[in-house]
Design a protein around this ligand. Structure first.
Ligand code: MRU
Length: 365
């Protein structure tokens, strides 16, 4: 998307690759909204750390990062011995996969790169194919998000008040975003509407990242505390909810997404407000039987017990908020059942979650 810094507009992708330096290029999302900076990672372990430590985050963005990280790991291999190359790739794959367990996009992205590499029979040819395949994955991810905008735009009507949770915007993808794609498309068509961004504690991706994105693109919006949504629903101040997903189960229609998504889905159902989930095809998991099998990440207690912010002198600093002797439990994601979801917006159309399985041939399953 276009980013305007100091009055200068420039187009950026969240994730890119510099082949001459074998470097994955990432927007340092932990600094936003205070500072816009692109950093490079120089080997697959550093790339995995960037995923784990949330330099880059969001299912689609970590999917593309893992695809590039696999290519980066493949390109760093020296030698011609195919079995040793295969063993090295298994290590790269597992390191990147284990960096964050809940989103399925990194696994789907790397399996796609591995599948395309199989067309070659030498190490050198597989290395070349790895990079091409990672670039193709990133390009396809952008095309899918563009299609989400085209499919979902008719849901956004003039004057609507739309609630979104966490950041399922372009920062969570390579470009455009999933939940934000219909919003950006409607904005481009000149429709006026208002977006409420759930703050999304504990890491506040709604308040920091989604709000920054929407401000950059000129969309009317306000941040609300997570606890405020119930009041807004009860007063009829929310007309539509759109969120993203880190893993959507093709078999059961359950949706894993940022902690607090389930709460909003329950509220939407209670108040008769349509609740949509927007996903590219790389977010679909056709294997797991049900939501209980989804590995839900548990994160550091420090995220709940305090917060990061900018001091008056411009330093990024962590401050402790909670009682000093208390601990915290910090599940990062929850699972929303299909009966609370009005529709899943995909690049191939909008489906009831219960109908994903029967439409799997359309959806890449
Ligand atoms: O922990 P994060 O910031 O990676 O979580 C991101 C979300 O849960 C988004 O809402 C999600 O990735 C869906 S859109 C990619």
């Amino acid at each position: 998307m276009q980013v305007t810094i100091d009055g200068r507009a420039q187009h950026f992708r969240t994730v890119a690759f510099a082949p001459t330096r074998n470097e994955v290029r990432l927007i340092e999302q932990r600094l936003l909204p205070h500072e816009f900076k692109v950093i490079g990672t120089h080997d697959f372990r550093e790339t995995a750390r960037a995923i784990r430590d949330m330099v880059v985050r969001g299912a689609g963005a970590i999917g593309a990062t893992a695809a590039y990280g696999l290519a980066q790991g493949a390109l760093a291999f020296r030698g011609h011995h195919l079995p040793r190359f295969e063993a090295h790739l298994t290590c790269v794959f597992e390191t990147l996969r284990d960096a964050r367990p809940t989103a399925v996009d990194p696994v789907n992205a790397m399996l796609e790169v591995r599948r395309k590499m199989q067309a070659a029979t030498t190490v050198a040819d597989q290395q070349a194919l790895a990079l091409t395949a990672a670039e193709e994955f990133a390009d396809e991810a952008v095309a899918h998000c563009r299609a989400l905008g085209e499919v979902g735009v008719s849901l956004i009507r003039e004057g609507m008040r739309v609630l979104t949770h966490c950041n399922a915007g372009w920062l969570a993808f390579v470009d455009i975003g999933s939940a934000t794609a219909p919003l950006y498309a409607a904005h481009q068509q000149g429709r006026a509407f208002h977006v409420y961004c759930d703050e999304t504690r504990p890491r506040s991706q709604g308040a920091t990242l989604t709000a920054w994105e929407l401000a950059q693109q000129g969309l009317a919006h306000q941040v609300i505390a997570d606890n405020a949504a119930g009041l807004l629903f009860s007063r009829g101040q929310i007309d539509l909810v759109i969120v993203g997903s880190d893993r959507t189960l093709g078999r059961s229609g359950e949706v894993a997404n940022k902690i607090g998504t389930y709460t909003k889905a329950v509220l939407a159902k209670r108040h008769g407000v349509p609740f949509y989930v927007a996903i590219p095809l790389s977010t679909l998991d056709w294997n797991l039987p049900d939501g209980a099998a989804i590995p839900l990440e548990e994160r550091d207690a420090a995220e709940v017990l305090g917060a990061w912010g900018l001091t008056q002198s411009g330093q990024r600093e962590y401050v402790r908020v909670a009682n000093p002797s208390s601990g915290a439990y910090n599940p990062g994601f929850d699972v929303t059942p299909p009966e609370l979801i009005t529709g899943i917006i995909t690049p191939a159309g909008i489906f009831r979650p219960q109908d994903l399985w029967q439409n799997r041939s359309l959806l890449g399953g």
